[in-house]
Design a protein around this ligand. Structure first.
Ligand code: FAD
Length: 152
C-alpha cells in the first residue's frame, strides 16, 4: 500500500550547497534501498519534503528525519494513502529557489511566513495545510513546464 507524507521544517542557519549535497547523497542512497521516492524543496532556511513509498518505509525514514539536528520544528503536513507515485523517477529530487518557477517561490514564501508564526497556535495549521497543498499543486504543474536542471 502506497503512502504519501509531507512535512515542513526550519534549518537553524542557512544550509550551504555542500551540506545540501551531503544530505541528498545520503537520502538518495537510503531511499533507493527503501523504495522511497519524493522531492525536497529548500528555500530561505526552510525545508518542505514529500516522501512516498510503502507506509512502514516512509514512517521509518520520517522517524530518522525527525531526529536530525540539521533542522527543527518539523511539522507533518499530511500523511495519506495514495494510488500511485508522483515522483517515481526520483529517489529524492531536489529543488531550491533557483530551480523553482517564480509562482512556486511566492507560494513557498507565504507558507514559510506562516510556519514562522506557528507559535501563535494550532489554529494556523489548517491554513498551513491548505497553502501547502496549493504549493504542491503548483510545484507539480511548474515541474511539468520547467526544463532546467533538477539535481537528484
Ligand atoms: P549515516 O549514513 O550513518 O549518516 C548519514 C550522514 O549524514 C553522516 O555521514 C553525516 O555526514 C550526515 N549527518 C547525519 N546527521 C547529521 C547532523 N546532525 N549534522 C550534520 N550531518 C549529519 N534521510 C533519508 O534517508 N531520506 C530522506 O529523504 C531524507 N531527507 C532529509 C531531509 C532533511 C530536511 C533532513 C535534515 C534530513 C534528511 N535525511 C533523509 C537524513 C536523515 O535525517 C538521516 O540523517 C539519515 O537518514 C541517516 O541515514 P543513515 O542512518 O544511513 O546514516
Amino acid at each position: 500500500m502506497l503512502h504519501h507524507l509531507a512535512y515542513a521544517s526550519a534549518a537553524p542557519e542557512p544550509v550551504c550547497p555542500a551540506r545540501l549535497a551531503d544530505l541528498l547523497d545520503v537520502s538518495v542512497r537510503n531511499n533507493t534501498r527503501d523504495g522511497i521516492s519524493g522531492v525536497l524543496l529548500y528555500h530561505d532556511q526552510s525545508f518542505f519534503q514529500v516522501l512516498e513509498g510503502e507506509r512502514q518505509a516512509v514512517e521509518q525514514c520520517y522517524m530518522r528525519i525527525l531526529g536530525d539536528s540539521r533542522h527543527s520544528g518539523v511539522l507533518r503536513l499530511w500523511s495519506q494513502r495514495v494510488e500511485e507515485r508522483v515522483f517515481s523517477h526520483w529517489a529524492m529530487g531536489y529543488a531550491g529557489p533557483d530551480q523553482l518557477p517564480q509562482v512556486q517561490s511566492s507560494a513557498q514564501d507565504r507558507l514559510i511566513r506562516l510556519l514562522r508564526l506557528r507559535e501563535a497556535g494550532p489554529a494556523n495549521e489548517p491554513v498551513a495545510l491548505a497553502l501547502t497543498r496549493q504549493m504542491y499543486k503548483r510545484f507539480r504543474f511548474g515541474m511539468m513546464r520547467y526544463s532546467g536542471p533538477i539535481l537528484t
